[in-house]
Design a protein around this ligand. Structure first.
Ligand code: ATP
Ligand code: MG
Length: 493
């Protein structure tokens, strides 16, 4: 097997240990991805040398996880995890092995790994060590546990979620025994830290087939068993998907599970429409580049409000910065989708003509009402959130415009979004920082001490500049500020 540049660069590490008589190999993900011709994420190395022997060989090492046999070796600015061949025993709380035992046989080490595609090694001469048929499984596009699936998933329930992630990322079918074990032991997910589940879900969302991951998560029923309960909307959607799929299987209808779910009237029909929106969102999710924006699309499809979306991120132990950004996109989404959903083109036109008459703005091209609403919402939630929201609804316009008859309306929806995009780009100021006057200018203008009035005044000026009522220029803004201060004083009198 030929080696990529990244593996070749790491070869001196293997040689250094081999020269001292320790069998050493590349292992896991980097071997799998090399066989698939995919770019490598990280390079893991396994060796017969004990951690202290590894530390003795290399000038720069970090004792990352000595009790599990892992030493990080730093070489030419790259880091490599070098782990001593080991077996695991006595799994504790369905996750971490309570004990690891260092061994000298590579096969023993490969046997403890989760799936056959992850249980291959590559020697320094490029030879592949594949005792469990990983290459064959890759060729047949099959994900299979190493050894007895029941035993392996019982040992460590995180593998249940990893199975979905790998099946989706590499477009593999899950082997029947492995799938049965997933269903049988899914309840053990209650023992897995939410943080670990969060990491896996993140990789699924960011991966190339988030739709496939969602379908597998739903049909396995595993989401209902997480340690902390996920939002009801998410669990309901997963359950509805699984039910519809089961119905379809029994009836052998050649329709999508969601078409079955959306049949019926009244409440059932509305639930069906919701499911159709979720399905459409999941199918198009990969079109959104940024994974944070993908999460926002999922939350929007599930109709989670801003607060509920941040709660979900809290459950998954994502950072508060990520939560805040998501909440901002969701806030903007609420403001804009309500506005876009509840107004027909005809009503828009009538209102725009009225505003046009008052302001002299061209109502046909400028949509002044919509643009004002948009720019005020951008001020409230921030420009980054606005860019994120545009990416979301650009890929999935139904999230903002609804599913009804979107087919015919899609070009008008696209045109509207293009105008919003342009309106964002040409916004004279999106934050107080971008205003052509500063707080101290206003202080000297007002000739009174700073107080809450200053922030309020800056905000008023920002709105005026953002809406284009006052040019974002120093003189104009100072004149506007003076006028505002005067009105204020008159109001107080
Ligand atoms: P990626 O880096 O793309 O997520 P990977 O295969 O490198 O994929 P890691 O989580 O980095 O996955 O783990 C490295 C290797 O360690 C895996 O390939 C697998 O052999 C083994 N491994 C990781 N987690 C487990 C687990 N929970 N149970 C058994 N083996 C595991
Ligand atoms: Mg890895």
């Amino acid at each position: 097997m030929s080696m990529s540049e990244a593996l070749t660069k790491a070869l001196p590490l293997l040689y250094a240990l081999e020269r001292r008589g320790y069998e050493t190999v590349f292992v896991g993900g980097c071997v799998r991805d090399t066989l698939l011709g995919k770019p490598l994420k990280d390079i893991d190395i396994a060796t017969a040398a004990l951690p202290e022997q590894v530390i003795a060989v290399f000038p720069q090492t970090i004792p990352t996880g000595l009790q599990h046999g892992t030493v990080t070796v730093v070489q030419e600015k790259e880091t490599y995890e070098v782990t001593t061949f080991r077996t695991e025993s006595a799994y504790e709380r369905f996750r971490r092995p309570a004990q690891v035992e260092f061994v000298t046989a590579l096969d023993e080490d490969l046997r403890r790994r989760d799936f056959t595609i992850n249980s291959m090694a590559m020697r320094s001469d490029g030879a592949i060590v594949d005792p469990f048929g990983g290459q064959d499984d890759l060729r047949r596009r099959r994900l299979r546990c190493v050894g007895d699936a029941d035993a392996r998933l019982q040992e460590d329930a995180l593998r249940i979620v990893r199975a979905v992630r790998f099946a989706a990322a590499y477009d593999l079918r899950i082997a029947p025994m492995t799938w049965r074990a997933i269903i049988r032991y899914r309840e053990r997910l209650v023992h897995i830290a939410m943080e670990r589940v969060g990491l896996e879900l993140d990789k699924m969302i960011a991966g190339s087939r988030p739709n496939r991951a969602a379908a597998l998560l739903a049909s396995s029923g595993m989401l209902a068993w997480t340690k902390e309960r996920l939002p009801a909307a998410m669990l309901d959607a997963a359950e509805a998907y699984a039910k519809a799929k089961a119905v379809r299987r029994h009836a052998a209808i050649a329709e999508s599970p969601l078409a079955v779910a959306s049949a019926g009237t009244g409440a059932a029909a509305s639930a069906g429409r919701r499911m159709a929106l979720i399905a459409r969102t999941m199918r198009r999710l990969h079109l959104i580049t940024d994974s944070e924006d993908r999460w926002a699309a999922v939350c929007a499809a599930l109709s989670l409000r801003g607060g509920q979306a941040s709660e979900l991120f809290g459950l998954l132990k994502y950072s508060s910065q990520r939560s805040a950004r998501l909440a901002a996109i969701m806030g903007l989404h609420e403001a804009m989708s309500l506005r876009l959903l509840s107004h027909t083109d005809a009503a828009d036109a009538a209102r725009d003509v009225m505003i046009a008459e008052e302001t002299g703005i061209d109502s046909r091209t400028d949509e002044p009402e919509l643009r004002a609403h948009w720019r005020l919402s951008v001020l409230k939630h921030g420009k980054p959130a606005a860019a994120g929201w545009l990416a979301v609804v650009g890929a999935i316009p139904e999230l903002a415009f609804g599913t009804a008859g979107i087919g015919e309306r899609v070009s008008s929806a696209e045109a509207k979004l293009n105008r919003l995009r342009e309106s964002l780009q040409t916004m004279p100021a999106c934050s107080v920082k971008e205003l052509a006057v500063k707080g101290k200018d206003l202080l000297s203008l007002a000739g009174k001490p700073s107080g809450p009035w200053l922030g309020a005044l800056l905000q008023r000026l920002l709105e005026a500049a953002a809406l284009g009522r006052v040019p974002n220029e120093r003189e104009s803004l100072l004149a506007e500020a003076a006028a505002l201060l005067q009105t204020k004083e008159r109001e107080i009198e």
